[in-house]
Design a protein around this ligand. Structure first.
Ligand SMILES: *Cc1c(COP(=O)(O)O)cnc(C)c1O
Length: 392
């Protein structure tokens, strides 16, 4: 059996060999013209991936949480009123960060597996005085997908900035930053971007950058002040050297390789491929008569699937059993239902065979733990849905 287990969690994901190879080259100086070129190219490609020709991309050594942290640190001044849509664990985290920087937070809390109704959001924004609207595109704890274009339009209509946690969506779920009017979108390398953990990536609209510039108070975060990084990002895009703090040189090399693959696939093809993989996986879970956390297909993410255990199946037995079959999947994350469900990530360079292998490992594990169904029915349903996806 292969020593490498297939990594089917919602990040980190499976990485392409060419991406991993780019990490193992001798590290150059950060002032080396070849590296400046690589960094500059990566920044340009980020504009394509975020669909934001007008935005300012940032790449900084950190994880996704840092990109969320500094979005708040740069935009929010103590006492600012913000609206937060809470659909799960990572929305909750955005809330904690907002409190940390002194925001006055109003939350719209969705029931588990659902998302706030746009009317509810509009009613709240209508009251006025909100500086920004914060929400997750996909909350990785529930697998719920927010309706970004509608929410961004509402934010704009009522004069609030629109800040999106896209850590589990960007480069897989459809996101058109400029067209939809999203002001800040953040992600991290290890999710659909397809690069090992270590890079925080985010895009800032000209309006949001202006809000940062016009702050009355300083940004209470040294490493995360956008304006310290801005000259570095601008310099590299213009193929010039500039320094604030040493960039993650090898990771940026890997990032440029992965972004090249993403751009070569094309964003529309990429969204469609993720939808197709997702439909196939979800069809398999349905065939096994397993419920999902999102209350309807329409609000379910395409980057992962969150599935309830059938009666009698325990996480502590099930997850190691699946791993024995060579596939790593995740347990639950949302504290209230943590032990009631598992999560499977299906983003990045994986294909049909990885998906089928995962479903097969899940079927086999459920069966051997006593859950009864027609063996192979999940795999067959996935095959059919994938085939139907081809004909769409
Ligand atoms: C993974 C994830 C994060 C946190 O990213 P880290 O890189 O672990 O800091 C934040 N938001 C969402 C939606 C995520 O999926």
């Amino acid at each position: 059996m292969k020593s490498h287990k297939l990594l089917m969690i919602p990040g980190p994901i499976e990485f392409d060999p060419a991406v991993l190879a780019a990490m193992s080259v001798p590290t150059s100086a950060h002032a080396d013209p070849t590296f400046i070129q690589t960094f500059g190219e990566a920044l340009e490609k980020l504009r394509i991936v975020f669909q934001s020709p007008s935005g300012q991309p940032f790449v900084v050594a950190a994880s996704g949480t840092f990109a969320m942290d500094v979005a708040v640190a740069n935009l929010v001044e103590p006492g600012d009123r913000v609206l937060l849509l809470n659909i799960g664990y990572f929305s909750q985290r955005f809330g904690e960060i907002l409190e940390c920087y002194g925001a006055k937070v109003t939350q719209i809390q969705a029931e588990i597996g659902s998302r706030p109704d746009p009317q509810q959001v509009e009613d709240e924004l209508k009251k006025g005085g909100y500086k920004a609207l914060f929400f997750s595109h996909v909350d990785t704890s529930t697998g719920v997908l927010n309706d970004v274009p509608t929410l961004a339009r509402l934010a704009r209509q009522y004069g609030a900035l629109c800040v999106v946690d896209g850590v589990c969506s960007i480069a897989a779920e459809e996101l058109r930053m400029d067209e939809w009017g999203v002001d800040v979108a953040v992600t991290a390398s290890q999710k659909a971007i397809g690069v090992p953990p270590g890079l925080a990536l985010w895009m800032v609209s000209p309006q949001a950058l202006e809000v940062r510039r016009k702050r009355k108070t300083g940004v209470p975060n040294y490493y995360g002040d956008w304006l310290r990084w801005l000259p570095v990002m601008q310099a590299h895009e213009a193929r010039r050297f500039d320094y604030f703090a040493t960039p993650a040189i090898n990771l940026i090399g890997a990032l440029n390789v992965s972004l090249s693959q993403i751009v070569a696939e094309g964003m529309e093809n990429r969204y469609a491929r993720h939808r197709k993989l997702s439909r196939a996986f979800k069809a398999a879970m349905q065939a096994l008569e397993l419920d999902q956390i999102p209350r309807s297909e329409e609000i379910a993410a395409h980057t992962l699937t969150a599935v309830r255990y059938p009666k009698g199946i325990q996480a502590t037995e099930f997850l190691p059993r699946v791993a024995q079959e060579g596939v790593v999947i995740s347990g639950g994350l949302l504290p209230a239902i943590k032990h009631e469900y598992f999560r499977v990530g299906h983003m990045g360079v994986i294909g049909l065979s990885d998906l089928i292998g995962t479903i097969s490992a899940i079927e086999h594990s459920l069966y051997s733990l006593g859950y009864r169904f027609a063996l192979g029915s999940g795999v067959a349903a996935a095959q059919r849905a994938y085939r139907d996806g081809e004909l769409l």
